[in-house]
Design a protein around this ligand. Sequence first.
Ligand SMILES: [Zn+2]
Length: 193
Amino acid sequence: MTTGDFSQNFEEVTLPGVDEGEILVIRSTRRKKSISAYRQGGRIVISIPARLSKADERAIVPEMIAKIRSQEESKTPGEADLIARIDQLLTELAPEITERPISVTWRAMRERWGSCTSVDRSIRISDRLKLAPAYALDYVLFHEAIHLQYFDHGSEFTEVLARFEDSELASAYLDGYEAAERALLAPVELERI
Ligand SMILES: [Zn+2]
């Protein structure tokens, strides 16, 4: 298939306070003036006109990142909400687990969905879940909360986790998200399809 005069140029951007690989700037010859930014997979993709100067890019990119983040922040449960939700899930589904987390924090994690340190009762949740449907976030919260009591994924752990009703749906969401992220690792290849 022909690509005509259409060409794109992908550029990873690293800025203070931004994780490596989180920002992807696309210079597109198709774009004349407009700039768009959106979240795709774990990344913020910013599409700018090919002709935009480097100086303008440097000014605009952080502005677009801030816009996306503040949009997301307003829709994201805070850490106190996460603690409250875990309490609710444990109370409803696993009343025998009386431990409660001391802290539940959002973390930029690309490899894992969550982690739990039972010694200090801290839980970390991947910020890729910030805009996830409630059942997917609940599933990860519940999974990590069970680790407060059961360290490994043994039979006691799986028996408790199985009480979560939407686990198949949640697993499908998380697997699908990961598949999309893997596909995004080669955006230039994708463009040629
Ligand atoms: Zn686990």
